[in-house]
Write a protein that binds this ligand. Structure first.
Ligand code: WT7
Length: 678
């Protein structure tokens, strides 16, 4: 796994010059109502009680049959949890809540156009609709347990309905993020071997009604080229009775769900009792290289882990109004909009569109209107909201008890705005570190039990036992002031089971690097390699520095890009910062800094100097950037992540590559001109 260039200091040995932040504490009000305040949980989940400790999470669910083996390691490192157990995920999210919560909102749907009414779907109504769809999938779609079906759906109510219908039948759903292109979807169809594609005619994004059905035709073409035929395309409609796509319907292949539903009104389908270790879904994610990997998640283990972490870290009670602003097309939405919250009988808010549409106050209006008290989003969104409306939250009368940040390291400056302005100083924050592969949180504070430290994810979750290794496999202790490769020593129920159809890649990418003995059936020999660099403070808190490839080597001195970006954000005018390595004759690599400004500020030489100074004073002269470019916006993926790779290519005058999948592809040429001239 060493990088190709010969390096004096290895990836795993980044010296970290991060200033320590002061702690903040949860309010006594929050603690008084919290789901988890028992310190004994860390002891109960200690390694000496592993793996049996996870019964505590599994017992949050209703099982048809208890398991006989908690953790089966005979096929290491493909771990099997709760073997012998029988369970149905849909039953756990719906049927079992009906007696108590039949009339309670399961999902509140907020369409993007503000004049369209919200839809509050009760557990009873969701149950009815899921059953009807399950009947269609089984009887019309010909789908049965173990079959894969690809969903290419945006944030519409029909997405969780369809997912739960699949789960009811034991059909493995593979939801492809709605913003992905048809071709990207087609590749995933082919890889998963789906025969049915479920899609929608259109949806709203930034005020535009997008044609989504057109992507289905492109997807089928690409899938076909890879040898996979789709027999049926099932199409939801954004507006009942109206087809909003320009794309023609293909007779015999395309079917409107609405038409089919007429024949299945009120149908009930018994949930299929599934072996706990059978797959529930696939979630494709990109690696550093190669084609997307279909992360295969299990039924029993995954659901237990999603439920446990939703209850204790998200602190969701049935009476809360919980809003996770992620897209269900990503793992966050699967675990923390659908499966986690619904398995707990919670009310989960779902928003169709862009949080800043039609203006910077939209998110806070939704929060006020619905009485949201738990809010869950990503640093990239927080930075955007801060950029477009730094004072906007004050204008709205909402009160959060709890807020989550997830997906990338958050700069302390941004964390503090989230805390003070969005949370109004009242809400506890959890910074949850995890991955598509891990099913649920790996590190986070327990919100009522541990103090918050801006910029640090916190300690490991109960039952998760991380270790930080250098390249040679030596442990880097807490408080060493050095980062390394963070690994997890033990399996856990939420961990993916394999890469769909590619066990070899699963083993080589995640388990080979620090494996002690490839023939071993003992989990102790197979640490899980996360690909993240991290360091552990003296206080036991983990600070995640980002992927190991997001690291800049300056004169043999390792600097986390996040560390540099965080320094830039100390300058008040800066809204977003991105730092990339620029090849430098003298220093090997030098940081090139890209920043965008908050509204009302203009680029100036003074500002550039202030940014350089901020980096120099927080990290040192070694980190002095070669250039500071003030740009109108950052190139971003549709999921909102800044594409450092594109900026690095511009800085280094390298081929920029294909940027057509970016959310704002036009910005790339603008930035190129700023950096390279006409
Ligand atoms: C990568 C995983 C977590 C689900 C959504 C993203 C980074 C994630 C944090 C955090 C710092 C984080 C890591 C990880 N990451 N959460 N709280 N602090 N970094 O899932 O697309 O699979 O990305 O996101 O680098 O490896 P993903």
């Amino acid at each position: 796994m060493r990088r190709k260039e010969s390096l004096e200091v290895t990836e795993a040995e980044i010296a970290v010059h991060w200033q320590e932040e002061d702690y903040l504490y949860p309010s006594s009000q929050f603690i008084a109502q919290a789901n988890m305040t028992d310190n004994g949980i860390y002891e109960r989940f200690g390694l000496e009680y592993f793996p049996e400790c996870y019964k505590e999470y599994a017992d949050l669910l209703t099982w048809y049959q208890y398991w006989t083996t908690t953790l089966d390691t005979s096929d290491a490192p493909c771990w099997k949890w709760f073997v012998g157990g029988k369970i149905n995920a849909c039953y756990n999210c719906l049927d079992r809540h009906l007696a108590k919560y039949r009339n309670k909102a399961a999902i509140i749907y907020v369409p993007e156009p503000e004049e369209e009414p919200h839809v509050a779907l009760t557990y009873q109504e969701l149950y009815v609709r899921v059953n009807e769809v399950a009947a269609i999938l089984r009887d019309f779609g010909g789908l049965k347990a173990g079959d894969r079906v690809t969903l290419h759906m945006p944030m519409v109510l029909e997405l969780p309905i369809t997912m739960l219908a699949c789960a009811r039948l034991g059909v493995i759903h593979s939801e492809v993020y709605g913003g992905f292109s048809g071709a990207a979807c087609g590749k995933r169809i082919a890889d998963s071997g789906s025969r049915v594609l479920i899609t929608i005619d259109g949806y709203y994004r930034s005020g535009k009604l997008l044609d989504h059905k057109e992507k289905a035709d492109a997807a089928l073409k690409v899938a076909q080229e890879s040898g996979q035929t789709i027999d049926k395309v099932l199409i939801w409609r954004r507006y009942p009775g109206k087809y909003v796509s320009e794309t023609p319907i293909v007779d015999g292949r395309d079917h409107f769900m609405e038409d089919l539903l007429k024949d299945y009104a009120g149908e009930k389908v018994e949930p299929v009792s599934m072996p706990a270790e059978d797959p529930l879904f696939l979630m494709y994610t990109s690696g550093t290289t190669g084609t997307p990997k279909g992360c295969q998640h299990s039924t029993g283990g995954y659901l237990a882990y999603a439920a446990g972490t939703s209850k204790y870290v998200q602190d969701i009670h049935p009476e809360d109004v919980y809003w996770c602003m992620a897209d269900i097309g990503w793992i966050t939405g699967h675990s923390y909009i659908v499966y986690g919250p619904l398995s707990l009988g919670a009310t989960s808010v779902m928003y169709e569109g862009v949080p800043t549409y039609p203006d910077a106050g939209r998110a806070w209006r939704i929060a006020e209107r619905l009485g949201v008290n738990i809010f869950h989003t990503a640093p990239t969104t927080i930075r955007m909201l801060r950029k477009v409306g730094p004072d906007e939250p004050k204008k709205y009368n909402y009160h959060f008890k709890h807020m989550t940040t997830v997906g990338e390291p958050i700069e302390p400056q941004v964390w503090k705005w989230y805390y003070q302005v969005v949370g109004k100083g009242e809400a506890v924050i959890v910074d949850t570190w995890w991955q598509t592969e891990t099913g649920g949180f790996l590190c986070s504070t327990m919100p009522a039990m541990q103090r918050m430290k801006p910029g640090s994810a916190g300690p490991a979750m109960p039952g998760i036992h991380p270790v930080i290794y250098d390249e040679e496999g030596n442990e880097i202790p807490a408080g060493a002031g050095k980062a390394g490769n963070i690994c997890i020593q033990n399996p856990w129920p939420g961990a993916f089971q394999t890469i769909w159809g590619d066990r070899e890649r699963y083993v080589s990418q995640y388990y080979e690097k620090y494996c002690k003995n490839k023939d071993s059936k003992d989990w102790r020999d197979w640490p899980y390699f996360t690909s993240d660099a991290a360091m552990q403070g003296q206080d036991g808190y983990y600070r995640i520095l980002g992927r190991v490839d997001d690291v800049i080597n300056v004169a043999g001195h390792r600097l986390g890009t996040k560390e540099l970006e965080s320094s830039c954000l100390i300058v008040t005018e800066v809204a977003e910062a991105s730092v990339v390595p620029l090849a430098d004759e003298l220093r090997g690599r030098a940081p090139d800094v890209y920043v965008s400004l908050r509204p009302g500020y203009q680029p100036s030489k003074e500002l550039e100097d202030a940014i350089v100074k901020a980096i120099e004073t927080t990290i040192g002269k070694i980190a002095r950037p070669k250039h500071v470019y003030i740009v109108p916006d950052m190139p971003k993926t549709r999921s909102g992540k800044i594409m450092r790779r594109v900026l690095a290519a511009i800085s280094n005058k390298k081929d920029i590559g294909d940027v057509t999948t970016l959310a704002n592809a036009d910005i790339v040429e603008e930035i190129r001109k700023i950096v390279q001239g006409e």
